[in-house]
Design a protein around this ligand. Structure first.
Ligand SMILES: [Zn+2]
Length: 299
């Protein structure tokens, strides 16, 4: 079973599909990874998971990347994204129950970000740091698209996971967020991050890398094309529940699950695939919005 520890989410889903035992083993591996990652941060782990459910929180950034693609090492901090109204619910919980201290910061993402203003709470206790990012909308998923590259757009909840660029991440390829590119935001910080990721074997790229996309896109966008309209939960996402498909326990319902109610639709923007992509435009402005999952017809 040791080999399972090193498999990425693509490979684990193949193990899951083989038989009931494979299904159980893949689920157990993923659950173990999450516990290993998160246990050091909390004295009451079960209590925190319940708080995640109640406040519709998602784990994102390098923490989600590490769980789904363990070739990427453990994250320096645990990043959580929260819906706008429930941000302080989580901050309050961690201060009151887990005795974290906190500091708030706000930064503007320029004029073109999906989320123009981001409020972040940095919580510290001994060697542990948790970053809580407030969404600008009712969906906790809006800020998960604000990371500096596509590998940081994955998320997980106590119930399941979703990775919109899993195919790229498993090849250690990531596309630069064009907002960073255009606004020259934190250029030194981005340069340092790029260098550190490259040292870990990543290729950081500016435009679509899918085979054939450069010639054959013609606006019928590949999943990583600048103009591809994507939704969390669409067919190009690698997504699923943590629990085994067979003999699944019934999850206790929470009064309001904003991860299930809303999703985010977006197009990445940035450098297009070439002359036949997007009517010959060289660059496309990024964009997107929150939509009801029911209307987007994704689960
Ligand atoms: Zn294209």
């Amino acid at each position: 079973m040791l080999v399972l520890e090193w498999l990425d989410i693509h490979a684990l889903l193949r193990v899951r599909a083989t038989c009931a035992d494979g299904d159980q083993a893949a689920s157990a591996t993923l659950s173990r990874r999450i516990r290993l990652l998160m246990l050091p941060y909390f004295t009451d782990y079960a209590g925190f998971i319940e708080e995640m459910r109640l406040s519709s929180a998602v784990v994102t950034g390098e923490a989600a990347l590490h769980v789904l693609h363990p070739h990427h090492g453990p994250p320096p901090t645990l990043a959580l994204a929260l819906p706008d109204d429930l941000f302080f619910h989580m901050v309050g919980y961690l201060v009151r129950v887990e005795f974290y201290s906190y500091a708030m910061s706000t930064h503007h993402n320029g004029s073109q970000g999906l989320q123009r203003l981001t409020r972040t709470a940095t919580l510290r206790k001994e060697t542990c740091t948790i970053e809580i990012i407030q969404s600008g909308t009712h969906s906790p998923l809006t800020p998960t698209l604000s990371g500096w590259n596509t590998a940081l757009t994955a998320y997980f909840t106590p119930n399941g996971f979703c990775d919109p660029y899993a195919l790229l991440s498993r090849q250690q390829r990531a596309l630069l967020n064009p907002w960073m590119d255009q606004t020259q935001q934190n250029p030194l910080w981005i340069r340092q991050q790029k260098k550190s990721w490259r040292n870990q074997g990543w290729k950081i790229l500016a435009g679509s890398v899918v085979e054939g996309a450069r010639d054959g896109c013609a606006g019928r966008a590949k999943f990583d094309c600048a103009g591809a309209v994507r939704v969390y939960g669409d067919a190009d996402c690698v997504a699923g529940p943590w629990q085994p498909v067979r003999n699944r326990r019934e999850e206790r319902k929470v009064p309001l699950d904003l991860v299930q109610r809303h999703t985010v639709m977006w197009w990445r923007g940035g450098r297009t695939c070439g002359e036949r992509c997007q009517g010959g435009l060289m660059r496309l402005t990024p964009g997107g919005r929150t939509v009801l999952r029911e209307l987007a017809k994704v689960m």
